[in-house]
Design a protein around this ligand. Sequence first.
Ligand code: PEP
Ligand code: MG
Length: 573
Amino acid sequence: MTTESTALASPSSASLVGTPVVPGLAYGPALLARTEVSPAAIEAYGARAGDLGEEEALAAYEEAAAAVAAGFTGRAEKTSGHTAEVMTASAGLASDRGLRNAVRKNLRSGETLPAALGAAVEQFVGLFTQAGGLMAERVTDLRDIEKRTLARLVGEPEPGAPSPTEPSVLLAEDLSPADTAGLDPSLVVALVTEKGGPTSHTAIIARQLGIPCVVGTEGAMSLAAGTPLLVDGTSGAVTPDPDADEARRRVAADAEQREALATWEGPGRLSDGLRIKLLANVADGESAAKAATGPVEGVGLFRTELCFLNRAEEPTVEEQTDIYTRVLEAFSADQGGERYVVVRTLDAGSDKPVAYATLPGEENPALGVRGLRLAKGNPGLMSRQLDGIAAAAERTGTPTWVMAPMVATVAEAEEFAAAVHGRGLKAGVMVEVPSAALLAHRMLEVVDFLSIGTNDLTQYAMAADRMASDLAHLTDPWQPAVLQLIAITAEAGIQAGKPVGVCGEAAADPLLACALVGMGITSLSMAPAAVRAVGARLASVSATDCEEAAEAALAASDPAAGRAAVLQVLEGR
Ligand code: PEP
Ligand code: MG
């Protein structure tokens, strides 16, 4: 397959280059998302507001807060699922009585309204941070609410993504759920951010919407609003002022190609017939039912902890059984085919705090007691979950594989496998820690399969926090060191004759997917929205192409060189 990206694989010197996360070409004027309220406007307002009496100032605050809350409610109505829940919670927080009372108290002690609001928000930030867990997660929302309320007070538009009037490329430092809720892909044709990595909220949303996206693009926010931009979500190039006719021609050809992808119906196979299982990543019964309507052969990652993020107490085995049943029944034999579901046991801790499981107050939670490690101090938590999974498997008859996250030693894998096998299910472990990749051959002596979590494997191999918005160049699964660990794991699978899949975001990258298959990966699990693009790309290449792509990616000096080399292998001949 020749794509229009090829011509742009080597970005021109005028281009900015970031980390490409959703492939495709887009062309449109730059639309800048504002992140701050202008300091001059705040100062001017502060001076004016000094003359307001306490009641007047409080009334102005209440009006602004109500408008911000209404904005969140409007966004909640335009979206669904987790984003809608976050928007509704933010609406509640914006009009919270406690926050209002704190503003009033600060006004009484003589602060101007902007200062009173700032101090009230700081007080709540302190409280939320101290509470930890899910409350601490809301600190970003609080700061967002402060900026929006301030903007309303001073008469500026709320920070965030403005509404485009023509198809545009949205540029931002980074995007929050509030910025992306209800984003219209016919008007926002591409996303380019300065910060954020391949697992950032921006990347996830762009993938869902199917619009080209480049993150970690240094200098993006220095571009002037309205500058025509050509965005290449395959090479990562963002080119200002390209030749307009040429850009339009390329985008049209790319759109035609992407439309053709929509008709790809699976199952996953290379042009010479080698079968690759394409699977979905799901979060609950609803997303599983939706995924089951697509061209997938099952679920490669059911993130069970996402069902419990807002639970204060551990659900009973019966309740867990019901929740897992809803996911498994979407892929039961009654629904046709031989599909299966890989259930991951609770990956609580670090970036996924679960109130009843996560240990509070860890100095460095990403390196702390997360995932399988929680079972050591709380073995009942794991065994009750396994009981629930086994009961759901029995109820639905769906072939059910169970894997543990954050496995670091062969002994851990052995103990986990015994517990899963004891319940009559297939056992595997995730390869997310470099130690697990290095000992993959020994892991495979005790488990039935491996699944590589490239998001965490990259974080731990590169010593780069996956949540850090400034480290996109390191939190990139194309890093040759990460690919080397994947290759070691895949080779162990070939030697053992056991399946080794990839279920991190790397699996959703059509170009990288070819290289992963060339290393010996047997399944790729991803957001359902990415499946067709990956399946169509794999269908266009042979096993030899994939092996050459793997060699090229592994030999490259950095991610950008790896992408260019693989494009050259797959399209350049
Ligand atoms: C991963 O780490 O790649 C993975 C799939 O797990 P999660 O993103 O849920 O940590
Ligand atoms: Mg992980």
